[in-house]
Design a protein around this ligand. Structure first.
Ligand code: AMP
Ligand code: GLY
Length: 434
């Protein structure tokens, strides 16, 4: 089987690593041939060269997949999906896991997502949509749900288009940047202003074939830069996956009140959803509510989630892409996993690049540890930093405490100039496990 993964970060590195794990009754001859585009120096250790330029267009990539007779393409990031890469592949008869452009609006347009949830009674914060600055500003004078409230740019903004605003001046200032100065470009043509929800935030990801779905184990991300959830928002400074995050009854509620109505609502509207569906959930006093949808696997949530998988995900992914997920299985270990992100100096504002990384081999020698590469490259002196989030050191253990200890011990072996990381990844779970 030939598989192409689109992307180049830690999530894609973890996905390729999981795909290269063998099933218990498979032989070496069953191992899939893996390709990754644009890929990275780290993913290239697991894949065959595609010969494509990094900047190849989606048409060129689909041409490559057709020539190579790729059996399955899986997309990591949201931007290619919002661009319509899935439609392009499917038009050429190529199996693809990921939503088409219309369904990818669940992530690429907050207005689409909120109005969809309202149409289908999916629990989410109360909201109002504005396409003019004056109207939005008037609303801020007397919002029916009061302050704090949340202002969201409609379109993709690399995770920066959302501000939780404690008062009217803060909200007005963010609104001015989004709609007035258009700091996120056309993404700021419309905004959603919504009620601020209180509770604990969880990531729930499901593999979907258009009608059926299979839930992955739950995860919790750590978006803020510093310990104690302080500092600016980042792409995610670490995540852990542990069944204790989600008592069984809550999982059933998320499935029945959120995932199922999302899939059936999309299908009813003639916009079937195929791919990974990520629901960012706030567990409020009134039950789980959707903060946002992502149309892909989370990064870094994927890293600890896939550390818990027994065998390879390939068959289930192929069945989901082909619309035949029913009866497919993913076999998860009960053992939790923890991923700590090592970030570059200056991240998230202006990450430094080109710093030499040492200790990767020693870190990788720890039992049940994988070091996934998010932003690294190969220079004349070996591995070096090449992105804001550099590495995701991920460990699995018999308890959350053991997994966390193992991840931090492995991380201690790694050094690069300006390296920083959070020391409290999984703290909420650890407090509950104790
Ligand atoms: P989003 O890009 O929509 O995921 O928002 C980014 C982050 O903002 C989320 O992970 C939450 O921490 C926070 N957030 C978004 N919407 C709300 C809300 N309605 N209430 C509270 N926090 C929110
Ligand atoms: N870790 C959050 C995300 O992938 O959007």
């Amino acid at each position: 089987m030939k598989i192409l993964v689109i992307g180049s970060g830690g999530r894609e590195h973890a996905l390729l690593w999981a795909m290269s794990q063998s099933d218990k009754d498979s032989t070496a001859a069953d191992a899939p041939a893996l390709y990754c585009h644009p890929g990275s120096a780290a993913t290239s250790l697991l894949t065959l060269p595609s010969g494509l330029e990094k900047r190849a267009s989606w048409e060129e990539l689909a041409g490559f997949a057709a020539r190579q007779k790729i059996d399955l393409t899986v997309c990591g990031p949201e931007a290619p999906l919002a661009d319509g890469v899935a439609d392009l592949f499917r038009q050429r008869g190529l199996a693809f896991l990921g939503p088409g452009q219309a369904a990818a609006q669940l992530e690429s347009s907050k207005v689409f997502a909120k109005e969809f949830m309202a149409r289908h009674g999916i629990p989410t914060a109360r909201f109002e949509v504005f396409d003019d600055f004056a109207g939005a500003e008037r609303f801020l004078a007397k919002p029916p749900f009061g302050y704090p409230l949340v202002v969201k740019a409609d379109g993709l903004a690399a995770g920066k288009g959302v501000a939780v605003c404690p008062d009217r001046p803060t909200a007005r200032e963010f609104l001015e940047k989004v709609m007035g100065q258009r700091i996120f470009g056309e993404s700021g043509g419309r905004v959603v202003i919504e009620e601020c929800l209180q509770g604990e935030e969880l990531s729930c990801i499901a593999l979907c074939d258009g009608l059926d779905f299979l839930c992955l184990p739950p995860a919790q991300d750590h978006k803020r830069l510093r310990d104690g959830d302080l500092g600016p928002n980042t792409g995610g400074m670490g995540a852990y996956s542990w069944d204790g995050i989600f008592p069984g009854e809550l999982l059933r509620e998320v499935e029945s009140r959120i995932l199922l109505p999302t899939l059936s609502g999309m299908a009813e509207e003639g916009n079937r959803y195929n791919g990974f569906l990520y629901a960012g959930i706030m567990v409020t006093a009134g039950g789980p509510m959707v903060l946002e949808y992502n149309v892909r696997l989370g990064d870094p949530e994927t890293q600890p989630i896939l550390m818990r998988l027994r065998g390879s995900p390939v068959e289930a992914l192929a069945r989901a892409a082909g619309g035949g997920l029913r009866g497919a299985r993913l076999d998860w270990r009960p053992d939790p996993a923890v991923c700590v992100v090592a970030a570059a100096e200056g991240y998230p504002e202006q990450p430094a690049k080109g710093d030499r990384i040492t200790g990767l081999e020693e870190a990788g020698e720890f039992a049940d540890v994988q070091v996934f590469h998010s932003g690294t490259g190969r220079g004349p002196r070996g591995w070096e930093t090449a992105g804001g989030r550099v590495l995701g050191v991920t460990a699995r253990g018999g308890s959350l405490r053991l997994a966390s200890r193992q991840a931090y011990q492995a991380l201690e072996r790694i050094r690069f100039r300006g390296m920083h990381f959070r020391r409290d990844i999984a703290a909420r779970g650890l407090a509950r496990e104790a």
